[in-house]
Write a protein that binds this ligand. Sequence first.
Ligand SMILES: Cc1cc2nc3c(=O)[nH]c(=O)nc-3n(C[C@H](O)[C@H](O)[C@H](O)COP(=O)(O)OP(=O)(O)OC[C@H]3O[C@@H](n4cnc5c(N)ncnc54)[C@H](O)[C@@H]3O)c2cc1C
Length: 417
Amino acid sequence: MIYIIGSGFSGLTTAYALNKKGIKSTVISPGEKYKTKNISLIKYLLKNNGEILNNSNFLSKKINKLNKANVINCKYLLSHMDGGQSNIWGGVVGNIGEYNYNDSHIKKSEILKYKKEIINLLKIINIKYIKKKNKKINSYLLEKNYSVSKKDVSNLKRYLLKKKVIFKNNLFVKKIDLKKSILKIHDIKTNDQISLPYTRLFLSCGPIETSKLILNSIKNIKKIVLKETQHFYALIKVNHNLKSRFFDAKCGKYKFSCQLYSLKNIVGLFFKNYLKNLNSFNKNKFFIGQCYLHSNYSGKINISKKSNKFIIEGKPNLRFNISQFKTDIKKFNKQNKILKIKKLFFNKIGASNHLGGSIPVTNNKNIKLGVSKFGKLNNQKNIYISDSSILNDIDISPITIFSLNNILRMILSNKKI
Ligand SMILES: Cc1cc2nc3c(=O)[nH]c(=O)nc-3n(C[C@H](O)[C@H](O)[C@H](O)COP(=O)(O)OP(=O)(O)OC[C@H]3O[C@@H](n4cnc5c(N)ncnc54)[C@H](O)[C@@H]3O)c2cc1C
């Protein structure tokens, strides 16, 4: 039996690609059936200073108890419900050609080979694929043409159900018994412990949960380090008409990508208290920018297991110097005439949940934690990682499109699957 662990966009894309090859699969997830427990984005976004903590308190508490997890200086989105984090996905689709392929074993042409397939997949999800080119405004700003249409996993799931993909809910995979090829599962509803034999496994649980599962299952791996973008919000005054609300900015030695939200928009809403004191500003010209710094400044999330407990700890990157950054922003404001950055709100590493790019794609079999270019876990039989854990870089904001495209490539181009 072929199991996919996780029912977010990554897991469902894995099922989609397997189905294209005529391979039957079963998707496992701990959440209730999607739609029976729809989520309110506002409720979760506004919690705790705008940081998203989790989308199902009940499941998160229960699973943390099962996992004995200690969370230090790191608030992460647990996403245990059916569809996971993908159900509150912002839905921004960038250009797949823009990803940084330089440090990767995978060539850009290998990824772009599956462009037709990604367009098909986006059609099923009901997202428009964007072809337009980016436009340089001046030496500091690059305007980007992205498409935005917020979508959850329901259309893709309905499509897969028609294709006879099996979905099993309320199941949390605790451990993989690698020797016996058996999944050790906790039934969330009945509290029963279940053992399921597998022939092939695809881990699509999101970077943190995928890491926990690996640490639980492979004894000689003690620690996994994930990357997280240094992320901040900014109050931005726009002096000229922009054609797109997405841009890349060059600001001294720093580079970041930004997405503008109106103050009435949901992201603007969680700055409501701050904006109350800004009566003298002409609000129409102000936006909230959600910004991601280049991956040179990404922080880390360390996940380790000690005396049967997980410790999950956010660590900022010391190369990122806030006071230097603020000085560079001041210069940027003087130099460019298009927009002025008035106020910065920094997210703590471990709170913004823009994670990925941590499990190396390598040909070196001596590396304990690495995957082949098909996502196959080093030295393990029939175990593949198929989510953003193995992406190369995460500094560009719309990460999901790259992840999905990479999953299509991994499965469709692997003759052994
Ligand atoms: C507020 C917000 C906005 C975002 N906006 C954008 C955007 O605009 N553009 C963009 O590209 N990306 C965006 N992202 C990132 C995007 O949401 C993620 O990249 C994407 O959803 C990840 O999909 P996934 O399938 O890998 O993980 P998830 O959607 O989190 O799915 C993981 C699945 O694994 C299951 N699972 C976990 N552990 C286990 C276990 N042990 N056993 C069984 N099942 C398990 C979960 O229940 C879930 O079904 C945003 C993220 C957030 C939080």
